[in-house]
Design a protein around this ligand. Structure first.
Ligand SMILES: N[C@@H](CCC(=O)N[C@@H](CS)C(=O)NCC(=O)O)C(=O)O
Length: 213
């Protein structure tokens, strides 16, 4: 059985959604993020980067990085129906999953933890504003790929969609993102309305796009 180290509103949502959609047996271990449990020695032994999520595989191997978890589950459950079978379509799915992890998620970290990205005593606000500007540019790139939508592969939900929707939900001004990028709004609506994904979304207390409109 898998063991997912998770906390509400974190990237663990993407891993848990992938576990559920693939039908993988798992147990969750809640890490008290707000209380700083992710910086304590017990958790640093699991993920030395002090970040959530972490995933223990059924053989005990620990992995970190939310995108790696999604790719592992796509690989371990090839018949789930939630990852493209076609090589060319997989290339597209890899592209946007890595874009979400390396660009969108990382830019979100720049405005969420701006003080980590500067040594200037008054530098954090500038880092935050630059990250806001950059993420809006990145979302305009994603919106082009969501054609016709609502998902990356039309009407077919893949493990990619909840991942990207999760990062959208962390936007510094979600109503503004939804207004500026209707296709991203449509992705959020479709992901949160999905019968298997919506309940996980609500349990992780991610904001509802309808409230943002
Ligand atoms: N690249 C990592 C990023 C993980 C990450 O930054 N998680 C955040 C929560 S969404 C976290 O643990 N932040 C706590 C901290 O950095 O102090 C991944 O995709 O798993």
């Amino acid at each position: 059985m898998y063991k997912l180290y998770w906390s509400k509103r974190t990237g663990a949502f993407a891993a848990e959604t992938a576990l559920e959609l693939c039908g993988a047996a798992f147990e969750g271990v809640q890490v008290d993020h707000k209380a700083g449990a992710h910086r304590e020695a017990a958790y640093l032994a699991i993920n030395p980067a002090g970040q959530i999520p972490a995933l223990a595989l059924p053989d005990g191997q620990l992995i970190t990085e939310s995108a790696a978890m999604v790719l592992h589950l796509a690989d371990a459950y090839p018949d789930s129906g939630y990852w493209p079978m076609d090589t060319a379509e997989r290339a597209v799915a890899y592209r946007w999953l890595v874009f979400a992890s390396a660009q969108l998620y990382e830019t979100d970290l720049r405005y969420s933890y701006a003080d980590r990205y500067t040594t200037a005593p008054d530098g954090a606000e500038g880092v935050r504003q630059a990250a806001h500007r950059h993420i809006d540019h990145l979302w305009s790139i994603v919106a082009e790929a969501l054609t016709p939508g609502p998902f990356f592969f039309g009407e077919e939900l893949t493990l990619l969609d909840p991942y990207v929707a999760m990062v959208a939900a962390w936007h510094y001004d979600l109503p503004r993102l939804c207004a500026a990028e209707p296709r991203v709004h449509a992705l959020l609506d479709a992901v949160t309305a999905h019968p298997a994904v919506g309940p996980i979304w609500r349990r992780y207390e991610l904001p509802m796009p309808a409230l943002a409109a």
